[in-house]
Write a protein that binds this ligand. Structure first.
Ligand SMILES: NC(=O)c1ccc[n+]([C@@H]2O[C@H](COP(=O)([O-])OP(=O)(O)OC[C@H]3O[C@@H](n4cnc5c(N)ncnc54)[C@H](O)[C@@H]3O)[C@@H](O)[C@H]2O)c1
Length: 248
């Protein structure tokens, strides 16, 4: 029960890493606000938690829309009276080199991956500053190294890395810690297509020093450490959970 009596907001909680983290945090005693645009799958996450005896509720929220985020933060405080943990994890992107990328796709990628975490922090921090707390942003190895045809995603995740450090600096005096996690290749609906293509999967496997692709739990356990009181001396960090990808 490493998160006993803590209240956690998890964006992108309807799928992949977000869902696994919602379930782990609930098992560790947190009350979990599952945040996503996908209502049906978000409700499934809540059901899975409740079936295991945990506490959770769903709020539909597009993290790139300011009004949605304001309403979401208010609903969590109304229900659980406080916010201890925010895991900014939702994502969306398209794959295209810069010359082929419509401006709308560039903009949407930045809106969801970078402006979304900014907005969630902006509207959760006032509540979190009352008792201290932990913000965890999901970056990516793509925030440190370039991927072919991911200009917007690479730029957004690199932005997340410095947003993390900036917020850690500004809000440390309020006992709010801000860290990010940079996952390597993790098996989720996002990467399903790549991993089903044998040639592509072999290339990705070459990046994994111990010869295995990651599972959502690999990231959820890193988030658990950063959310818990075991990490109270850790802020402004970027934890590489990438099986060596960026070490080469
Ligand atoms: N899977 C990987 O290999 C990998 C690698 C590096 C980083 N990441 C990062 O990990 C995080 C989780 O990725 P995943 O693989 O679990 O993805 P996923 O596609 O399984 O889940 C993403 C979730 O975000 C939600 N979402 C999309 N737009 C949203 C919006 N505007 N507002 C709220 N929710 C929205 C989706 O509905 C979905 O439930 C992302 O930030 C991703 O960039 C993943």
């Amino acid at each position: 029960m490493r998160l006993q009596s803590k209240v956690a907001i998890i964006t992108g909680g309807a799928s992949g890493i977000g869902r696994e983290t919602c379930r782990l945090f609930a098992r560790e005693g947190a009350k979990v606000a599952v945040i996503d645009v996908n209502e049906q799958q978000g409700m499934q996450t809540v059901d899975l938690i409740k079936e295991s005896g945990g506490e959770a509720f769903f709020v539909r929220c597009d993290v790139s829309k300011e009004d949605d985020v304001i309403r979401m933060a208010a609903r969590v405080v109304e229900r659980y009276r406080k916010i201890d943990v925010l895991f900014n994890n939702a994502t969306w992107y398209t794959i295209a080199a810069a010359t082929e990328m419509p401006l709308a796709d560039w903009q949407k990628t930045l809106d969801i991956n970078l402006t979304g975490p900014f907005l969630c922090c902006k509207y959760v921090l006032p509540e979190m500053m009352k008792n201290g707390g932990s913000i965890i942003n999901t970056s990516s190895v793509g925030g440190t190294s370039a991927f072919y045809k991911h200009p917007a995603y690479n730029a957004a995740k690199a932005g997340v890395n410095l947003l993390t450090k900036n917020l850690a600096l500004d809000y440390g005096k309020h006992q709010v810690r801000v860290n990010c996690i940079s996952p390597g290749i993790i098996e989720t609906p996002l990467t399903q297509q790549d991993l089903q293509d044998p040639e592509r999967a072999a290339k990705l496997m070459e990046r994994c020093f111990t010869g295995r692709i990651g599972q959502p739990a690999d990231i959820a356990y890193a988030a658990l450490y950063l959310a818990s009181d075991e990490s109270t001396f850790v802020t402004g960090s970027n934890m590489m959970v990438d099986n060596g990808w960026t070490a080469r």
